[in-house]
Design a protein around this ligand. Sequence first.
Ligand code: ADP
Length: 495
Amino acid sequence: SGARISIVEKRHVEQDSNKNSWEYVEVFAAALSWDDILHYDDAYDWRSAVDALLMRAAEDVPDIMARVKAVCVSGTSATCLLLERGTLDVSRVARMYNFDVLGNSDSGKEEGTKKKGKSGKGELENPAERVMKLIEDYVPEKHTARATTGSLAKLLLWNEEESLVDDEGFVREMLCHQSDYISMSLMHGGMEQDEECFVTSDWHNSLKLGYDVEHLSYPEWMLKLLKEGAKISSPKDVLPSKVVSPGEPMGLISPIVAMKYGLPTDAVLVGGTTDSNAAFFAAAGARPEFGQAVTSLGSTVALKQLSKSFVEDASRGVYSHRFPRFGSGGKADEVEEAWLIGGASNVGCAVLRQEGFSNEELESLSSEIDPNTDSPLSYYPLTKKGERFPIADSEKTPVLDPKPEDRKEYLHGILQAIGDVERDGYRILGELGARPSRPTEVLTCGGGSKNDMWTAMRERRLRDICNGDQRIVVKKALNTEASYGAALLAAASFE
Ligand code: ADP
């Protein structure tokens, strides 16, 4: 909902030497809302927002700024832009996370007419249709990068609108994500005239681009798509030139940037992450354990769980982010491979607003519900047709009948049903191969996390699918700020 910075101090805890011997304390935070930032899709305005926040820190806590060791940036996933190759100059305005190649593009709105070429063979005239055809032809079935809101689709659309390659065949532009851009501006800021700036991205931001996080390389199909399909002679030139682990040291911050904000010249910039993964770290801490999970109870329900295994089912929108190597103390080689798996339902708290429950009414009615009793109602509380996870069914319709006279009973039925979607979601993640197959601790964020009665109800019903395992705990997350999570990642990157 804007820009925020967080500074975390890593303190050694003496008494506990075998485990968690560090504690992390937020010592400074500042935020700007989008209303304060001129254009939410203007990368220069993102930079100005970060500048304003760093200036504030430089003025308010100069002594803390002088001790900063590592900086990590998170951004909205799949928000990306094009830069003039080798520079920080924006060549095409950012396409935000929700930009849909099929829905948002002006070119996509035109009718899909066929151009009658000289050969007489029909050629697709509409850029969005050509992108869809390329995706259809080259991107493996069920792959995350097939999404029409993903960064690959956005990149292809830019290229169809105006080639990224000049007449001589040289690549003129390069792709970077929101978080990459801010990281680059901290690494090269003020030095743009003297040095070439190339993009270093990270496993999390690059997942929706198509980067293979299992093999840590750009897959063959992707290079072929760009070369043959999109006619980009040297495909790697348009892609981030390096993709590192979130939290992995990438280089020093620019000396000009260091001087401007009073940061040490040896402060290191580490690989970034996406906002929702950063929020997972904020909730679960710098050293989460396998089985730790975070449920977001906002307008929709989203689940994330740390797993020993990679899990994927694109038909349900389930994918795995590779867990940072540097997330647990800096020694990359000693860290077990781990995956942050997740899925998101269309069901969520939005239905509460739709059914006219104000936040005050939610609080007062909830306090009268007994979390230990079951509601006889069995709803499927969608706001409109179509579900993706735990079941993928575009025809699934909302079920909010029968509707009892009593508002409290109605609310009981809805909260139970949303909670059951969460419970079934974790069950499905387990069936798809999550290890452990059930979450051990579920931290909750979003508007619904304020509701203690609901937390107790969800815990009881979640335990039911785990043979009544009393060790499963559901509670409210203490912190879910993405900037705090990113700061934890930065702090975990050094000893
Ligand atoms: P978003 O996903 O839009 O960012 P939020 O995380 O801000 O959503 O959560 C807002 C939602 O939380 C609203 O749909 C609201 O109905 C719901 N909500 C607010 N208070 C409560 C409560 N006490 N119990 C259950 N749901 C609540």
